[in-house]
Design a protein around this ligand. Sequence first.
Ligand SMILES: *Cc1c(COP(=O)(O)O)cnc(C)c1O
Length: 415
Amino acid sequence: MHPGVVTVNLDAIARNINTLRQRALGTELMAIVKADAYGHGLGPVSIAALEAGATWLGVAQVSEALSLRALLDQAGFSPTRAPILTWIATPGTNWASLITAHIDLAVSWTWVLDEICHAAHACGTRARIHIKVDTGMLRAGSTLEDLPALAQAAAEAQRAGLVEIVGLFSHLSRADEPTPQGEASTMAHIQRFCDAQDILRHAGIEPALCHLGASSGLLWHPDAHFDMVRPGIALYGLSPDPEVASGDELGLWPALRLTSQLTSVKRAEAGQTVSYGGTWAAPTSRWLGLIPLGYADGIPRSASNQGAWVLIETAHGPLRATQVGRICMDQFVVDLGSAERGAPAPAAVGDTVVLIGDTRRVEPSADDWARAAGTINYEIVTRLGDRLTRTWTRDSAMSDATSTSDTTEGKPWTH
Ligand SMILES: *Cc1c(COP(=O)(O)O)cnc(C)c1O
């Protein structure tokens, strides 16, 4: 067993889905589970999401869609109960395998439609498609200029029995920005999306599902809800933009915990430096702790000496310890506190270390690591390494702030 343990609380995910559904009443909810459910585990998260009321599942890569369908088949979820959309197309994709696995396919360009029609014809099954329009992201999606031709071709393919046009969708680029520029961008996206609906209508297409908003659209732009919302990060209890509102402020419960153990406690004398390059020097005599996780596990090296911290559960209570020196491939060091005048070590080998936990329990969060590394919480959770030990729990109490906050209240916080 790897000494880094990821524990995912599926009850937190279920509760977040409920919270999000309250904010988008009357719409379908597609749980976005790409990148191994943002590092939380594709199978367990997808099943928990469906059981909690998600009506669709979404993944980026077709390989993920096929794995997901196999996992759901095994768990007894029929394709009607668990529709899947996948949206990254590359030339030469094995479309037939996706069509026969009842996976809905995004179509941004006519070459994708052509390949899908060819496969649908060969396997004698109608492919289910969602037309993707580019409303301002300039990533995937048909431009409005190209859309009439794509819509025409899709309508013909539908008449020929090769495809069923299920949806029209796009993605917002600045929905987390509460600035005039952010607001104007989202309004322009919505306007272009409505224009796209008109273009499809003109080609005789009325898709049952128009969908535009991800987490930030769901949370902050009710006008972007349409028929379905597609939250990803918020399902996992993290905010799409902690500067706007933290997960806690949004009423979300973080689902993922990353813990390990202290493997060494040693003294550093004033002036001694820690780790490669000697980038941190002990200002006075200090106690140092060693944690057996590093950048190969997804602890970003760029967070070295940037104020990231861990919580250590010591025999005397919780101890907050700041990361110091360069983060290595498999290990990093934290400052446990003063060792002046014979001060005893404040923590011991074997003590549990919380690297990512619950902010309501005064534990570090993915947001804290993101801030230290100059990135976003999405990157922190999706990059947690495969070699970490992953477990799944159903613990509605663990995530209940009111029942657990007393574990940290009133304790002295040391640094
Ligand atoms: C990743 C993604 C989402 C979910 O985004 P979040 O910001 O994590 O909610 C939704 N739709 C598409 C097309 C995506 O690529």
